[in-house]
Design a protein around this ligand. Structure first.
Ligand code: UDP
Length: 322
């Protein structure tokens, strides 16, 4: 039984990851400050964790720890999935200094924990390290086009320095690091107030409210279903090949415009909501699409879920929660 620490474990992606790890028989420590995560996301896991005790009086297989990892914490683990940080532009921009602190101090604290315990640590980095990319699709060796003064910088630059910390702790202290660059991910359990495009569109379509296209909707993204992303993260954590300390893009390479996404959501929900134009956001990337050759070749990663299937599951979940 491996003890696995998941920071940001009560968030959207983190809670799906905790669920999978628990199901695979691991002991899961879920750490979250509940800034964008929620107890509701892990409610079922707390119950399941209790039932999964190996013998009477043993430590539960799932434990939730409410903690802000800007502050150090002493825990023992063999693997650390370091996901903690608000990931939606609306949330990470609402308290930018805190976002920087989470990425810098939080990552240093987790690397310190890895150093003390000998744990392997995986950083959830992001496609935002490529900024508003001038080349598409983005390969891992593309150095990006980031505005360090713009409203997204707290997250983009925060994750870039988090990657630097991973690399330097590996070089200096031989920490066993993995770096995942996560592209847009969606699925059941996204918060209604998440603010990202899939949850906004699904929620508004179901409520009969307008779907707003920021800047006309010609910008493109590619959307990965959460189950595929979880498989990719676990595969990377357990990968021991030659590129193990290099960054890996994880995402779905199927690219579409935001307007096309809006039309798809309307069709799948049968909604009569209007589609309206709203002002463009500053520094909003025009295109984003992962080149996943490295993940496919080295990890056998596949973004297997078709967009329509993933959207249908997401819509079912939103309907049930509304
Ligand atoms: N977007 C939109 N309407 C919304 C929310 C987002 O048109 O209600 C656009 C946003 O401007 C961006 C894309 O959808 O170009 C994806 O935005 P999201 O916040 O989901 O993630 P990002 O890829 O920007 O991190």
């Amino acid at each position: 039984m491996t003890t696995v620490l998941v920071t940001g474990g009560a968030g959207f992606l983190g809670s799906h990851l905790c669920e999978r790890l628990l199901g695979a028989g691991h002991r899961v420590l879920c750490l979250d400050n509940l800034s964008t995560g929620s107890r509701a996301n892990i409610e079922g896991l707390t119950e399941r964790g209790r039932h999964a005790r190996t013998d009477a009086g043993a430590t539960p297989a799932f434990q939730f720890i409410e903690h802000d990892l800007i502050n150090p914490i002493k825990l023992d683990a063999e693997q650390v999935y370091h996901l903690a940080c608000p990931a939606s532009p609306v949330h990470y921009q609402s308290n930018p200094v805190r976002t920087v602190k989470t990425n810098v101090l939080g990552t240093m604290n987790m690397l310190g924990l890895a150093r003390r315990t000998g744990a392997r640590i995986l950083l959830a980095s992001t496609s935002e390290v490529y900024g508003d990319p001038k080349v598409t699709p983005q390969r891992e060796d593309y150095l990006g086009n980031v505005n360090q003064l713009g409203p997204r910088a707290c997250y983009d630059e925060g994750k870039r320095i988090a990657e630097t910390l991973m690399v330097e702790y590996h070089r200096e202290h031989n920490i066993d690091t993995r770096i995942a660059r996560i592209f847009n991910t969606y699925g059941p359990r996204m918060a209604f107030d998440d603010g990202r495009v899939v949850s906004n569109f699904v929620l508004n379509a179901l409520r009969g409210d307008p779907l707003q296209l920021y800047g006309g909707g010609r910008q493109s993204r590619s959307f990965c279903y959460v189950d595929d992303m979880v498989s990719g993260l676990i595969a990377l954590m357990n990968y021991d090949g030659a590129l193990k300390h290099e960054p890996f893009n994880l995402g779905n390479p199927h690219e579409l415009s935001i307007r096309e996404l809006a039309e798809t959501v309307l069709r799948l929900t049968g909604s009569k909501s209007a589609v309206t134009d709203s002002p463009a956001l500053q520094d909003d990337p025009a295109h984003r699409c992962p080149d996943i050759t490295r993940a496919r070749t080295e990890l056998g990663f596949r973004a297997a879920t078709a967009l329509e299937d993933g959207l249908k599951a997401t819509i079912r979940d939103f309907r049930a929660r509304m």
